[in-house]
Design a protein around this ligand. Structure first.
Ligand SMILES: *Cc1c(COP(=O)(O)O)cnc(C)c1O
Length: 354
């Protein structure tokens, strides 16, 4: 009997694709996925859930969109929800197609989704300070006429925000070339800069992505896209009708309405810890530490793979970035106790090496 070669049945661009590595590695301290270290529970702000599970959720998620709209002070009609912002990136590329342009190193999903949808992905290397190389970038906009441009600012995994002037220049130039600019503000809550919501009214081709994942609700899967109604109208055509389940709609609404001050407190605590960890890392001579506007810090050191393994042996999981940036690790800011354990383990590992 002939064996069925399943792989060869997949579309060509899927055959070449590697699945996003999201393996669970068991460890005591998890600092690899930019989650919040504060374990928020539903019972912290909801005493009882009475949702009829026999009914479909509200396909428009009006109540939740209105709760979000109050926080960002824009109409709920300018907000579209996704099962994580990942889903919205997928919808954006499915709706508008390619080419898709983004600076690298950055969040891997822009490229993975472009490839799975089957559109061209164009990468533009960041400069040595991890800011956008605007000259090169604008040339690519002109030459390749990308339909979509993704800018993660603060950028994952480098932690910095891109210069506002450069981003504005790109948006303006893109507008002339009919390119859409999506600013991915997954880490905006941790940044000292004000982000791009205030610029939405000035530019036709600007969209902004946000998520609850990095501020304590990664398990809920809720991202949101903010922009002109005309854009959301087009994207809404490819959105699966019930992409946000009733539990998420209810829990996220309650969290925004009743738990927001606590969410903000957690965010300030993470920012405070980030500054403390950054200063401590600066004192370690055998590594280079990069300033961060996000909830993680990028490090460069010799033999990063070995250090990664030794940290894991000590029960601490960080992200090995070596496939993206030479000898680099990314460490998420945890609770004070977790960060202390990480710092001590790292100091010990690097001292050992003499
Ligand atoms: C984590 C992350 C996301 C994904 O967020 P979800 O809402 O969990 O899908 C999007 N963009 C960037 C830059 C991220 O780091």
């Amino acid at each position: 009997m002939n064996k069925l070669k399943v792989e060869s049945l997949a579309r060509k661009n899927i055959q070449k694709l590697k699945p996003y590595q999201a393996k669970e590695i068991s460890c005591k301290i998890k600092l690899d996925a930019n989650e919040s270290p504060f374990a928020v529970k539903i019972s912290d702000f909801i005493s009882e859930i009475n949702i009829p599970l026999n009914r479909y959720p509200d396909p428009e998620a009006i109540v939740l969109r209105k709760a979000l709209s109050k926080k960002i002070k824009l109409s709920y009609e300018n907000i579209m929800l996704g099962n994580g912002s990942d889903e919205l990136i997928y919808y954006l590329i499915l709706t508008f197609g390619g080419p898709v342009l983004y600076p690298v190193p950055t969040f891997a999903m822009y490229g993975i989704i472009a490839q799975s949808v089957g559109v061209e992905a164009i990468e533009c290397k960041l400069d040595k300070d991890f800011d956008i190389d605007d000259e090169k970038f604008l040339k690519l906009v002109k030459l390749k006429k990308p339909r979509l441009i993704f800018l993660s600012s603060p950028n994952n995994p480098t932690g910095n925000t891109f210069s506002t002037d450069k981003i504005l220049k790109i948006i303006e130039f893109a507008q002339k070339n009919s390119s859409i600019v999506v600013i991915d503000e997954a880490y905006q809550p941790f940044s000292s800069e004000k982000g791009f919501l205030p610029f939405l009214k000035d530019y036709e081709n600007l969209l902004i992505l946000r998520t609850l994942s990095k501020i304590g609700f990664a398990g809920l899967r809720l991202g949101y896209l903010i922009g002109k109604k005309e854009f959301l109208h087009e994207i809404n055509k490819v959105r699966l009708p019930y992409n946000i389940d009733s539990i998420t709609q209810y829990v996220a609404t309650e969290a925004l309405n009743k738990f927001y001050p606590q969410i903000k407190k957690f965010i300030s605590e993470i920012i405070k810890e980030r500054q403390r960890v950054y200063k401590r890392l600066l004192k370690i001579k055998k590594l280079k530490v990069y300033p961060s506007e996000a909830n993680f810090i990028l490090l460069k050191l010799k033999n990063s793979k070995e250090v990664y393994k030794k940290l894991l042996k000590a029960g601490i999981l960080v992200r090995d970035l070596s496939s993206m940036i030479d000898n680099a690790l990314r460490v998420t800011i945890g609770t004070k106790e977790e960060n202390e354990e990480f710092l001590k383990a790292l100091e010990t590992i690097l001292e050992e090496k003499g």
